[in-house]
Design a protein. Structure first.
Length: 296
């Protein structure tokens, strides 16, 4: 006589639990991250050196145009540190957002043939972008240390860096889920993302000071408030607070370049907005993922 099997102990094949599956399938996430990191510069002569060359070239162009030609270097002391600390933020967000958007289409062969949590692709894209961000962060740290950064750091400095990185990764992940799901059906999403990435650098205080926005819209202070609600803006300002401010603290007050008011409160709002974006992105993703294999 056979013993009956309790079917409640088994999962229905193909049933997704959303982001909870990312934790359950973490071994596959580790494999995807390892693959993304090791294949990035495969068959490349310079290899990981490109992680320094590309942001270095980007910094040099912006520094010459904005700092030297447009003379922003005169109004913002240590403009090179100010600029590069903003660039590394934007590079992390851009790579994570772009790769998360194309992650489902890029792994179409797996999506069509086997079941696995599709959110894994977006999560792995963000983690891989973070790994590629670390060499840029290390370069920024080395330069700041030579300028006396290490003697001026506090616990708030460290927390500002961590908060800035978390905000960037959460926003990129939420937006990547949203556009990644839409991109499976409508490839126009990639073009929209390219347009957004082009605007991100100019919509945040990377090349200029946030006080310029405040001055330009002095008659409409609500514009500055909306501008500062942008999570990317808050992340960039947190990096300025952590890296640029400690090596420029003497001149900041004199030139009126203090951090935005209520930076801590703004950081909390940025985290809430980032989490809300993940909720929205996950909602859209779960609604559309059932047809991914068919659309691909």
């Amino acid at each position: 006589m056979t013993t009956p099997i309790d079917r409640a102990q088994f999962d229905v094949p193909g049933t997704s639990r959303g982001l909870l599956d990312v934790v359950r399938w973490r071994y596959l996430l580790t494999l995807l991250v390892r693959t993304g990191v090791t294949t990035r510069y495969r068959n490349s002569v310079l290899g990981w050196t490109w992680s320094y060359v590309r942001p270095g070239a980007q910094f040099l162009v912006f520094w010459l145009v904005m700092g030297v030609f447009l003379q922003l270097e005169r109004g913002i002391p240590n403009y090179a540190i100010y600029l590069f600390s903003g660039i590394v933020c934007i590079n992390l967000f851009n790579e994570a957002f772009k790769n998360a958007t194309t992650s489902i289409v890029g792994n179409a062969a797996l999506v069509r043939k086997v079941y696995l949590p599709r959110q894994l692709f977006a999560v792995s894209s963000v983690v891989v972008a973070f790994v590629h961000f670390l060499p840029q962060l290390a370069l920024l740290l080395v330069v700041c240390v030579f300028l006396g950064w290490i003697v001026n750091i506090t616990i708030w400095t460290v927390l500002a860096v961590l908060a800035g990185v978390v905000i960037l990764m959460l926003v990129a992940f939420g937006a990547g889920l949203f556009f990644g799901a839409i991109n499976v059906r409508f490839r126009d999403a990639e073009n929209i993302v390219e347009l957004l990435l082009m605007l991100v650098t100019w919509a945040s205080p990377v090349l200029y000071s946030w006080t310029m926005v405040q001055t330009a819209f002095a008659g409409a202070p609500w514009v500055t408030k909306v501008y500062l609600l942008n999570p990317i803006t808050q992340a960039v300002e947190l990096f300025h607070y952590a890296f640029w401010r400690p090596v420029t603290s003497v001149q900041i007050a004199e030139l009126g370049l203090n951090p935005p008011p209520d930076l801590l409160l703004g950081t909390c709002w940025a985290l809430l907005i980032s989490l809300a974006m993940i909720v929205i992105g996950q909602s859209v993703f779960r609604r559309l993922e059932g047809k991914f294999a068919q659309d691909l």
